[in-house]
Design a protein around this ligand. Structure first.
Ligand code: SAM
Length: 219
C-alpha cells in the first residue's frame, strides 16, 4: 500500500441540493450535478476546493454563483476572472448555453482541472485561457467581467477596465464587507468613467442566504 496516495473523498458527505435546484437549472441539472461531483472528488483531491466545503458545495458555491446568471444575456461574452474551480463561470455557462464564457485562470494545475471538467460536461460555450487578466489587454474583450473571491474591487477595476467594451459590466460576487471596499473605488470610477456601483441582493428563489452582486457599468 502506498501511504502517500490521497484518500478518495467520501462523496456521501456531498450536500443534498436544496429543493428547487432541479427546476432552477432545468435542462442543465444533470450537468450541474456532475459538476458538483467533480468538485467533491477531484476538485478536493487536486486542491481546488477545501475539503470542508463538501457539505455546502451547492448552497455556498454552485448556487451562490449561479444566481449571477440572471444578469447575463445570451449575447454577452463573459470573462470570469480568477475562475479557480470554475466559479462563477461554470454555473453561468450551464444556465446560459448560448453565452460565450471565458474562464481566466493563471495557475497551470487549475487550468488542467478546468479543461478536464469542461470537456466532461460538454460545455461548448466555454473557453479556458491560462493568464493573468491584466495580460489580456488588446487580446480579449468582454461585455461582462465576473469575479468571486479574487481581489478587492479597486484591484479588479484596475485589472479589468481595459478588457471591457463600451457598456461593459463588472459583476462581482462579494461578502458583507462590500461597502467598505466600494468606498475605496470612488477615484477609479471617475478616472475610468464607470458608473456608481449597484449592490443586488439575489436569492434566485432558492437560497436562504442570498448572494451579493456588485454591478459596475462602463459609461
Ligand atoms: C481564491 S481563488 C477564487 C476562485 C473562484 N473564483 C472561487 O470563487 O472559488 C482566486 C483565484 O484567482 C486567481 N488569480 C490570481 N491572480 C489573478 C489574476 N491576476 N488574473 C486572473 N486570475 C487570478 C488565482 O489563481 C485563484 O485561482
Amino acid at each position: 500500500m502506498c501511504s502517500s496516495v490521497l484518500p478518495m473523498t467520501d462523496i456521501s458527505a456531498l450536500e443534498v441540493p436544496p429543493a428547487g435546484t432541479e427546476a432552477f437549472f432545468g435542462a442543465a441539472y444533470p450537468a450541474a450535478t456532475r459538476y458538483a461531483q467533480h468538485l467533491a472528488t477531484t476538485g478536493i483531491e487536486w486542491g481546488l476546493i477545501g475539503p470542508r466545503e463538501i457539505d455546502r458545495l451547492w448552497t455556498r458555491h454552485i448556487l451562490n454563483c449561479a444566481v449571477v446568471a440572471e444578469f447575463i444575456d445570451d449575447s454577452d461574452v463573459v470573462g470570469d476572472v480568477g475562475s479557480g474551480a470554475g466559479l462563477p463561470g461554470i454555473p453561468i455557462a450551464l444556465l446560459r448555453p448560448e453565452t460565450q464564457v471565458v474562464l481566466i485562470e493563471p495557475m497551470e494545475r487549475r487550468v488542467e482541472w478546468l479543461k478536464m471538467v469542461v470537456e466532461d460536461l460538454g460545455l461548448d460555450n466555454v473557453r479556458i485561457v491560462r493568464a493573468r487578466v491584466e495580460e489580456l489587454v488588446d487580446e480579449e474583450m468582454f461585455t461582462v467581467v465576473t469575479s468571486r473571491a479574487v481581489k478587492a474591487m479597486t484591484t479588479l477595476i484596475e485589472w479589468t477596465h481595459e478588457v471591457m467594451g463600451p457598456d461593459g459590466r463588472i459583476l462581482a460576487l462579494k461578502g458583507a464587507s462590500v461597502e467598505a471596499e466600494l468606498a475605496k473605488t470612488k477615484k477609479l470610477l471617475k478616472r475610468y468613467r464607470l458608473s456608481q456601483p449597484k449592490i443586488h441582493i439575489v436569492d434566485g428563489g432558492i437560497l436562504d442566504i442570498p448572494s451579493r452582486v456588485v454591478e459596475i457599468v462602463k459609461k
